[in-house]
Ligand binder design. Structure first.
Ligand SMILES: [Cu+2]
Length: 104
């Protein structure tokens, strides 16, 4: 029974990883790194903060709207990609921070 459960879990993990990919975007030196990214619907963006001060990531895009809230050093936030298109992500604390996301 244990082996069956384990193989089911393994299959489920493989299936998810086939269809959904996680993309890590670091917030470091008051920049999103990388500053441009190409993703697919169903993928996940993980925003990490390597700076010693707070950041935020948000977009006003109608179809993919999100706001990670305040992220302190070392914190990360996960955001799902819901629809095709292109949009910019900004940090409300540092308006010069821009990430361009292209979804196909
Ligand atoms: Cu910032």
């Amino acid at each position: 029974m244990y082996k069956i459960a384990l193989s089911f879990l393994f299959t489920a993990v493989c299936a998810v990883s086939l269809f959904s990919q996680e993309h890590v975007i670091d917030q470091i030196g008051r920049k999103f790194v990388p500053s441009q990214i190409k993703v697919k619907v169903g993928d996940i963006l993980r925003f990490t903060n390597s700076d010693p001060f707070a950041h935020n990531a948000y977009t006003d895009d109608v179809l993919n709207e999100f706001d990670t809230g305040m992220q302190n050093k070392g914190q990360s936030a996960v955001v799902p990609i819901k629809a095709k298109g292109t949009f910019n992500v900004n940090c409300m604390i540092h308006p010069e921070m821009i990430l361009k996301v292209t979804i196909d």
